[in-house]
Ligand binder design. Structure first.
Ligand code: TTP
Length: 367
């Protein structure tokens, strides 16, 4: 007999060596090489290190001069923040096609609650799909963790890195935590770890041996969190952050596009998709942006704004077509097309709060 369990389905997606992977994607000379990305404003600190650099001991947060000294073959490149921001929006647009319950964590990481996605009942399949789409449409590696709460989903994506997927099932949650060194626990920083060690707490198992009272006594309000996670329990909801400032849709093509007609045909489903989102969210956007990525991964974005909110799907289509026509003749084949609506005239009230968390549903357990 199938056991009905009340369980949430949470995915944590995290890009691998985000800034460094973008730079390696865009410059063939950097592929497979130890690279560090640093802020061009001259702070001289490694912001991101490629996995090749990490295997040679280079870490984020160390001064570039020290990293270069310790690893002379290290290649250092400047960060391109506007590009990372743009890529982050594309990644979040992919997330948005599976759930609207998304909690972004910085640019390259997010929690997704997919419990309510009945079109796609397996969270593992969703995570697999997301990773494939990020690789194919954006050209970057990511890792994902799937579990029944945020703590374990994040732990799973950390353990899956780089370029991996790991599922922690409810029956395995406590086991995963049992032997885990407390430094690996999300939420245990260096000073808490040092304090835990003073009490001879080194692993999840050590933490679990202590009563709630004792943990609250030693770690204040965080004691409740530690008590839960040492048992694989974490009830924190996935919380929506800011309302979306745009709605977009894009897709990449196995067979690249060469003509205006091909692009006009290919953009139709994207226009449908974006218009539906605009209507579903009561979004009053008035700027249309199209995005073309060429076969060499360079891309252009072009926008046009109207004075009022877009009146109809036809208006969205005709502006998108005008923007496409202005790109002719194409300098080379197109591998990806995107369209988005932004610049709302006002935010709908229903978008302005983060409290439309769905109740966990009674589901047959199938992560
Ligand atoms: P992280 O997700 O912490 O790291 P990462 O994506 O580089 O690598 P991992 O595969 O281990 O997740 O950070 C995301 C990006 O944030 C990172 O690529 C660069 C930037 N960043 C900084 O600018 N300063 C920092 O100190 C850190 C840690 C990250």
């Amino acid at each position: 007999m199938a056991v009905e369990v009340s369980v949430r389905k949470i995915i944590h997606v995290d890009m691998d060596a985000f800034y460094a992977s973008v730079e390696q994607r865009d410059n063939p000379d950097l592929k497979g090489r130890p690279i560090a990305v640093t802020d061009p404003r001259g702070w001289g600190i490694v912001a991101a290190a490629s996995y090749e650099a990490r295997s040679l001991g280079v870490r984020a947060g160390v001064p570039v001069a020290k990293a270069k000294h310790d690893c002379p073959e290290l290649l250092v490149v400047y960060a391109r923040f506007a590009l990372y921001q743009e890529i982050s929006s594309s990644i979040h647009a992919i997330f948005g096609s599976y759930t609207s319950l998304i909690e972004p964590v910085f640019l390259d990481e997010a929690y997704l609650d997919v419990t309510g996605n009945h079109d796609f009942p397996s969270a593992t399949d969703i995570a697999r799909d997301i990773r494939i789409r990020i690789a194919e449409e954006i050209g970057l590696p990511s890792s994902a963790g799937v579990s029944y709460n945020k703590f374990l989903a994040k732990l799973a994506s950390d353990l899956a890195k780089p370029d991996g997927l790991l599922v922690i099932r409810p029956s395995d949650g406590q086991n995963f935590v049992e032997h885990l060194p407390i430094e690996r626990f999300h939420g245990v920083g260096p000073s808490t770890a040092a304090k835990m060690k003073e009490f001879a707490i080194r692993t999840g198992g050590d933490l679990r041996a202590l009563s709630l009272e004792c943990l609250v006594d030693r770690f204040g309000k965080h004691g409740h969190y530690f008590y839960g996670i040492s048992r694989g329990i974490d009830d924190r909801p996935v919380q929506l952050k800011a309302p979306p400032r745009s709605h977009g849709s894009d897709t990449s093509f196995k067979t690249h596009l060469h003509t205006l007609n091909e692009m006009k045909l290919a953009i139709q489903p994207l226009i449908d998709n974006v218009w539906r989102k605009q209507e579903d969210h009561g979004f009053n956007g008035r700027t249309v942006t199209i995005r073309l990525r060429y076969s060499d991964f360079t891309q252009v974005t072009r926008s046009r704004s109207t004075s009022q909110k877009l009146a109809s799907r036809d208006e969205l289509e005709s502006i998108s077509f005008e923007l496409l026509e202005a790109q002719m003749p194409l300098p080379m084949a197109v591998r990806l097309l995107g369209v988005s609506i932004s610049n709302p005239t006002s935010f709908p009230a229903s978008c302005a709060t983060g409290d439309d968390e769905e109740e966990p549903q009674q589901l047959k357990f199938a992560l």
